[in-house]
Design a protein around this ligand. Structure first.
Ligand code: NAD
Length: 301
């Protein structure tokens, strides 16, 4: 297939690489220069989203937030300006489900299909082609693009119509944030009580409290490795989508609101760019205690 890829950052770059390795012809664009390794692998660097849309049949976007998708699709020299009927636009960024429905309508008016297909699995999943992909849009468009999804991910689900993929991603981000909060509180409690948090985490890994977050983010909390990974500012964006959506729907998400406040506290202390596991730092400030190995554990090392 002739595939366009717009947004070649932490996630987009390895995802685009898998499409080239899968034998597809890639037309790439980013507001920054297209990474040299992709060009060396055969990607054509394009001058705009319009240029990409004129050359490709399926156009993928992987940019930070709702305004970036809007700019990439409908801005000057954006994708919409280069589309002709029968092409398919696939947004794999994590953005507003409500804005997504509007974007889909505007793309449909040009005779083209739209899929929202955000991902979970992080940079590790993008590199390993093991992303979870949650899709909203028409069946036929999903079947057409599925071979591309299969080169980038493993658990690929058509959830429903346009917007439902993004809604699923917001749900995912609620679960991950609350899991991080739970693991952070538990390790902080254990540490303040005098137990070694590394051993506590290890002890809990086989039981009912186990989770990917305990494994990955719990380890980061114990080892104090807060370089991203997934930046707090991106998780704030996602919880903002959850909380503004909840407000529009007339429902209360009390613990999502608390998790967002803890991220806000991190940001207020210079942590917008920390990995989201650093939520533990906000709780540590409240407790005036840091998750740290016991003196016995340090002595034993
Ligand atoms: P990133 O900031 O590393 O990359 C985004 C890229 O988009 C950048 O290269 C930027 O130059 C480009 N860009 C921005 N506006 C553009 C425009 N108008 N036209 C063309 N290019 C433009 O971000 P990322 O970590 O790759 O995340 C991308 C999306 O994936 C976000 O919505 C994020 O929430 C989601 N996501 C990220 C992770 C993760 O672990 N990083 C995991 C799952 C989902």
């Amino acid at each position: 297939m002739k595939v366009g890829f717009i947004g070649l950052g932490i996630m987009g770059r390895p995802m685009a690489g898998h499409l080239i390795n899968g034998g597809h012809t890639l037309f790439a664009y980013d507001i920054n220069p297209v990474p040299a390794d992709l060009v060396a692998a055969g990607a054509t660097a394009c001058t705009s989203g319009r240029d990409v849309a004129e050359k490709a049949d399926v156009i993928i976007t992987m940019v930070p937030d709702t305004p970036h998708v809007e700019a990439a699709l409908f801005g000057e020299n954006g994708v919409a300006a280069g589309l002709t009927a029968g092409k398919t636009v696939v947004d794999m960024s994590s953005i507003s489900p409500i804005a997504t429905k509007g974007f889909a309508r505007r793309i449909n008016e040009l005779g083209c299909d739209y899929l929202d297909a955000p991902v979970s699995g992080g940079e590790v999943g993008a590199k390993a082609a093991s992303l979870t992909i949650m899709v909203g849009g028409p069946d036929a468009a999903f079947e057409k693009v599925k071979p591309l999804f299969e080169l980038m991910g493993k658990n690929i689900t058509l959830v429903g119509g346009n917007g439902d993929g993004q809604t699923t991603k917001v749900a995912n981000q609620i679960i991950v944030a609350l899991n991080i909060e739970a693991v952070a509180e538990a390790l902080l409690f254990a540490s303040k009580a005098g137990a070694d948090p590394a051993k506590v985490r290890q002890a809990l890994m086989g039981g009912f409290a186990n989770s990917r977050v305990l494994e990955v983010h719990g380890e980061r909390m114990v080892k104090r490795t807060f370089n991203p990974g997934f930046r707090i500012e991106l998780h704030q964006k996602d919880l903002n989508l959850a909380l503004s959506g909840a407000r529009a729907l007339g429902l209360s998400l009390p613990n999502t609101a608390t998790a967002q406040e803890l991220f806000n506290a991190c940001a207020a202390n210079g942590g917008s760019g920390w990995d989201h596991s650093a939520m533990v730092r906000a709780l540590e400030m409240l407790a005036n205690h840091e998750v740290a190995p016991t003196p016995q554990a340090v002595a034993a090392e």
